[in-house]
Design a protein around this ligand. Structure first.
Ligand code: TA6
Length: 317
């Protein structure tokens, strides 16, 4: 779909419009009474959300390359159907038939999604994006899924990803659809070194910085004191980011998700990321609503699964 067609079908004067970057990325711009937002159709990638009366809540790296096929550094990358590097599995082993390596965090974040629905309701905007199998997904054996991604852009941001296994149980390729998923949410904080996260005390995690060793999160709030890359297991808990330097709290409530990932690259890893400024790590903290590893989802033919996050902001005076 091009800008003209998106405008014809979905524009809401003064509230929802469409445009294209010089590099060719289509995007939606929301200017609703309750919040402003920018969403790229590539990846159905929410790149900015600013509820009325607040500073932007999502970090977007000034060095990110907004270009077709490039993952965006910041906002909310939608991770599907594998998290991190691709793991071996019945439908997942090996490189593509043309020898290309599997992209980190799956193909959904660099695929072109369709906008299927847009409406202003009250002072919020509701959007639904969809993704069906494409060349990139088929190259990795994913040919029988449907995704619907519903966003409510208001004072609260609600994200809901529904995955359907649309293979027929009788067909030769039928069978469970095994996938991982995440809202890889980059929250904007004034200083990550002063930020805290609550909600994970007493929860076991795998430490990606320490050969995936299993650890237990101690009591009390978690502070970020170095490169942090942790996969918290079996947790449906609400997490609260205390952005102490920014004098606000970001609340992440979720359902249909049993994994929470906490990531901050800190100085060392930021230095290896071409699309992040050397001090960029200080302005971001990822607290991700996910289903990965042992909480990967196995979906029977005809079944659906939904993962939802509701994000809100409170002043902390
Ligand atoms: O969610 C944390 C993580 O998986 C880290 O291990 C880190 O590599 C990060 O995501 C960013 O991944 P990306 O592929 O976007 O560079």
């Amino acid at each position: 779909m091009e800008v003209v067609e998106l405008e014809e079908r979905f524009a809401v004067p003064g509230v929802l419009g469409f445009d294209k970057t010089p590099s060719g990325l289509l995007f939606a711009r929301v200017t609703a009474p309750a919040a402003e937002a920018t969403i790229y159709l590539q990846g159905a990638h929410l790149a900015g959300w600013q509820p009325a009366g607040q500073a932007p809540v999502l970090f977007l790296s000034p060095r990110t390359e907004l270009a077709p096929g490039k993952a965006i550094r910041g906002g909310v990358p939608v991770i599907f159907p594998w998290f991190g590097p691709r793991k071996a599995g019945p439908r997942q082993a090996g490189p593509r038939h043309d020898g290309h390596a599997a992209p980190s965090h799956g193909f959904a974040r660099t695929s072109e999604w369709e906008l299927a629905f847009a409406a202003l309701a009250g002072d919020e905007v509701h959007l639904t994006f969809t993704l069906a199998p494409n060349e990139a997904s088929r190259a990795f054996g994913f040919d029988h899924f449907k995704l619907a991604y519903r966003m409510t852009i208001g004072l609260t941001l609600t994200l809901e990803l529904t995955v359907a296994n649309d293979s027929a149980s009788g067909d030769s390729e039928g069978g469970p659809l095994l996938f991982e998923e995440a809202f890889h949410t980059y929250f904007a904080v004034a200083d990550a070194a002063k930020a805290i996260v609550t909600g994970l005390a007493g929860t076991a995690y795998l430490d990606k910085r320490d050969e995936m060793r299993r650890q237990l999160q101690p009591d009390g709030a978690m502070s970020i004191a170095g490169t942090t890359d942790r996969v918290y297991l079996d947790t449906a808990a609400t997490c609260v980011i205390g952005d102490v330097a920014g004098k606000r709290r970001i609340v992440v409530e979720k359902s249909g998700s049993l994994t929470t990932v906490v990531w901050n690259p800190w100085v060392e890893v930021a230095a290896t990321l071409a699309d992040m400024e050397p001090e960029g790590w200080r302005e971001m903290l990822c607290v991700e609503t996910a289903n990965v590893g042992d909480s990967a989802v196995a979906l029977e033919p005809g079944a659906t699964h939904s993962m939802r996050a509701a994000i809100s902001v409170e002043d902390a005076g």
